[in-house]
Design a protein around this ligand. Sequence first.
Ligand code: DHB
Length: 307
Amino acid sequence: MSVDLSTSLGSLQLSSPTLTASGCAASGRELSQFGDLSTIGAVVTKSVMQNARSGRATPRMAETPSGMLNSIGLQGQGVETFIEKDLAWLNANGVTTVVSIAGSTTAEFAALAARLCDVPGIAALEVNISCPNVESRGQVFACDPYAAADVIRAVLGEWSSSAPVLAKLSPDVTDIVSIAHSVHEAGVDGVSMINTLLGMVIDVDRMKPLLGGRTGGLSGPAIRPVAVRAVYQVHAALPELPILGMGGIRTGHDALEFLAAGASAVSIGTVVFGDPRAPWRVAEELSNELSSRGYASVRDVIGLAHR
Ligand code: DHB
């Protein structure tokens, strides 16, 4: 049986439900040697900030049981170089592009939205209000419903494009549903969830935190049940709010869990470091998982676990 893999995130129509996850495929160029990027749902770019940043001290990565801990610190070349080089390359190659933005302040998020809204070739904006690798954990906008809504209102105030705006949520909160409610009321078109969980590894030979930045974001299969739970809770509370689901997805079977929990599409992250074909492979496996269960389309299973 042939399966219809098309789906949508608000007004954004996607030919495939698998996207890359922000930070795991840079701006797609390296990944393009492993497959045709125009055939995945979208490339979600590494979060871009206004100015160039060198990021946090090394080491920046540690392996953990069933996961990875990273502390990059939003290294990047800044928005002007991003537009000139990365976005231009993605557009020239026919890639559906979701641009992730990050800011140290609400004003920086607003300035990025103002700069990007007239730039052609942006299918959606993902607002990374949940980056864990900032100097002060108190600055994580997504951990506070008021700060999260402020950023979204500021972005939407500048965003004159018709492309949808997604808020990327953090799982490191007591009640992720209250954060989702808050950004929904602020007018967001959808949510991406989940970002990494804050973690730490200690090097007991040096008796110091292993990562240069001390703490880092935990990703990979270790966090998948947390992500599925979060997607399920937010879809139960706000069934009309589109969800881009992510967190430790390795197979089509994993992706199906997220769809059943309420995600309309999924991002493939950490697995890409070991298997760069994963965004294509997971879509193929998902097609088989659906067809073997008698489902004709992705849309048929979104939120099915809530019946
Ligand atoms: C970084 C940002 C994130 O949002 C994340 O989940 C992990 C790492 C970073 O750039 O350090």
